[in-house]
Design a protein around this ligand. Structure first.
Ligand SMILES: O=C(O)CCC(=O)C(=O)O
Length: 336
């Protein structure tokens, strides 16, 4: 994908703001305008405490539940190429950890909204959905959720390069929801305001004419990408913003904003947080099977896309073999 192709998928609000910002100001709320101009917007104290309490109760019970129920083996842990197939307890046990609360930085529990109603309710909290509906000009849909116990310590990146299971790549935003007051030494979220507005020549090319990272990209390309972003930050004199929210606050960032998880200065500190990535409902992969021409056929109810369903072991083996084959066959490109 080329930068120009990506620009063509941006929401109407964003394309209008870039071509006629006075007109856009007459149409869109100050929050959407701020988001479009800075790539980020913060809503202090808008998440209802009960929503957070319910999710936290489920989260606190998770280690016990994971040991005894179906949840065992169904929760992905990041940092593995087997992202969705990875098994949380197996991975933690391999690392000698029997309780995810003892894990160090980098632990992500993926898609808890698929298991807990409390996580679903939080992901669809009113302030998030109202904002995204205005931004996208249509109902938003959840692509994935990530639950962090401590800092991710994730290197600087832009989400669009990695999150591209949806059909309109420019329709991408994420919510950062603290589950507790975040301490400066706990490895808070760091981001660079304005870094979402790249010119075509400022995009990193993972391969020729390709601004999206795929599973086939070598580890070295990831390092080159990090160097590229650091170079841009120096060149543009962008200053880091460190997010130190209180429980109840909400931050929403643009899919192209440069951000990451900073290093923990105190390894004992938790940084419990919930991060959700969204697109417009019509661009969500789960709806792709129902697309007919310019419309949708819902004679069958929408279901989870194949890649998000828990898979039986023969399918996992077949999937792995397929990926290995792709790696050895040149010229094949895979988007998520
Ligand atoms: O919260 C963090 O540490 C970073 C999360 C993040 O970068 C992401 O989910 O894209």
């Amino acid at each position: 994908m080329l930068p120009e192709e990506y620009f063509a998928t941006l929401p109407l609000a964003e394309r209008l703001e870039r071509t006629d910002s006075d007109l856009a100001r007459n149409i869109y709320s100050p929050e959407v305008m701020q988001f479009l101009q800075e790539g980020v917007v913060i809503f202090p104290q808008v998440i209802e405490p009960q929503l957070l309490d319910h999710f936290e109760n489920d989260l606190n019970g998770l280690p016990g539940l994971a040991a005894t129920s179906l949840l065992h083996g169904m929760i992905g842990i990041d940092g593995s190429t087997e992202h969705y197939e990875a098994r949380v307890l197996r991975n933690l046990t391999v690392r000698g950890i029997t309780d995810f609360r003892q894990a160090g930085p980098g632990l992500k529990l993926t898609d808890l909204h698929r298991y807990f109603e409390s996580a679903r309710s939080l992901a669809f909290a009113g302030p998030i959905i109202r904002f995204l509906a205005e931004l996208f000009g249509s109902a938003p849909a959840l692509i994935q959720s990530l639950t962090f116990w401590k800092s991710s310590e994730q290197p600087l990146h832009q989400d669009f390069a990695y999150v591209h299971h949806h059909s309109l790549l420019g329709h991408l935003a994420a919510a950062w929801i603290p589950l507790e007051n975040i301490h400066a030494d706990a490895g808070p979220l760091v981001y660079y305001k304005g870094s979402h507005r790249l010119s075509p020549s400022q995009f990193f090319q993972w391969q020729k004419d390709e601004i999206l990272c795929t599973r086939d990209d070598a580890v070295q390309r990831g390092r080159d990408y990090g160097d590229h972003l650091q170079g841009l930050i120096r060149e543009q004199h962008w200053e880091p913003s460190i997010y130190l929210p209180r429980r109840g606050d909400l931050l929403i960032w643009h899919g192209a904003l440069i951000h990451g998880g900073s290093a923990m200065r105190d390894p004992a500190l938790t940084r419990r947080s919930y991060v959700c990535h969204y697109t417009a409902a019509a661009a969500h992969k789960a709806l792709a099977a129902h697309r007919v021409g310019g419309g949708y056929d819902f004679s069958e109810p929408p279901s989870l896309p194949e890649s998000l369903r828990p898979r039986r072991w023969p399918n996992r083996v077949a999937g792995k073999a397929g990926r290995l084959l792709k790696r050895v066959l040149p010229g094949r490109r895979q988007h998520g």
